[in-house]
Design a protein around this ligand. Structure first.
Ligand SMILES: [Ca+2]
Length: 73
């Protein structure tokens, strides 16, 4: 049972670190994926930064989910 307890503690420890990291990110300024150019928005989409994430919106005249936009009309 010692090893099971040990691994559970390790998991809890890792969970704690991850939780702290996530909470830290919430407390700090959000990463602007659009400015960092780490977004995967289509070239014909507008990148919109949001807390903890970002949105991709096809430009007017284009349709799609933001990752893929096609000219229409
Ligand atoms: Ca963001």
């Amino acid at each position: 049972m010692g090893s099971a307890c040990f691994s559970r503690d390790v998991c809890l420890f890792i969970l704690l670190i991850n939780t702290c990291r996530v909470m830290g990110n919430v407390g700090l300024a959000d990463a602007d994926e659009c400015a960092e150019d780490s977004d995967d928005c289509h070239i014909d989409a507008l990148c919109q930064n949001t807390p903890k994430s970002y949105n991709c919106i096809c430009k007017p005249g284009y349709t799609g989910d933001g990752r893929q936009c096609e000219g229409c009309c």
